[in-house]
Ligand binder design. Structure first.
Ligand SMILES: N[C@@H](CCC(=O)N[C@@H](CS)C(=O)NCC(=O)O)C(=O)O
Length: 194
């Protein structure tokens, strides 16, 4: 199997942590600059985003779908609760994905030369990140200090925000949760660096 990714992608990192936690053999293929518009570098994902998983003839798009695909094949016990149907856990996942998406819009806009401060649309993305973080801080009890896929998700979101340094991060229990989970070798292994 191959995972098309970039070393800094927080979405791809969710899958990389899960892959390492499950001890799976997956070759990492760096897509390079994800601002490019060449579907070939994204394994012909028409959305031109990473991650994409290639498993023989099967390709899988979307980080959470990739995680579910891997767990269905290789971890029938679902040790990290990837396949949870609990609405509160799914809300946490939705908000974390939303915060990550809003931050990516800001990062990609600035990378392609847009002055995001000039547009209300980008202000909304900033507010989305800030409100999302506040909401997550209030819901921290739902994020276990035991390893779960939602916990991995939180670490990926957090470390990416640290890397791009566009936002002040809350200093409460959420940061403690990140620190606890970051001590796991298979989480620490993929911390993004400049
Ligand atoms: N919902 C997708 C989001 C993937 C995504 O936005 N990936 C970013 C990198 S972290 C990307 O490739 N962006 C390229 C672009 O937006 O042009 C997932 O969960 O896999």
């Amino acid at each position: 199997m191959q995972l098309i990714y970039t070393p800094k992608s927080h979405y791809a990192r969710k899958d990389r942590i899960l892959i390492d936690a499950l001890g799976l053999e997956v070759e990492l293929v760096d897509a390079g600059n994800v601002a490019e518009q060449d579907p070939a570098i994204f394994a012909h994902n028409p959305l031109m985003k990473v991650p994409t998983l290639i498993d023989g003839e099967q390709v899988v798009y979307e980080s959470d779908h990739i995680a579910a695909y891997l767990v269905r094949q290789f971890d029938p016990q679902d040790r990290f609760a990837v396949l949870t149907t609990d609405p509160d856990q799914l809300n946490l996942r939705a908000v974390m994905n939303g915060v990550m998406a809003a931050e990516v819009e800001l990062v990609m806009a600035e990378r392609t030369g847009i002055d995001t401060r000039q547009y209300d649309r980008f202000e909304k993305f900033r507010t989305t990140v800030q409100q999302g973080l506040q909401w997550l801080e209030q819901q921290v009890d739902g994020l276990s200090s035991q390893p779960t896929y939602n916990g991995f998700h939180l670490v990926c979101l957090w470390d990416h925000l640290v890397l791009y340094d566009m936002f002040d991060l809350p200093s409460g229990q959420l940061s403690q949760r990140v620190a606890e989970l970051s001590s796991l070798p298979y989480v620490a292994n993929s911390v993004p660096v400049d």
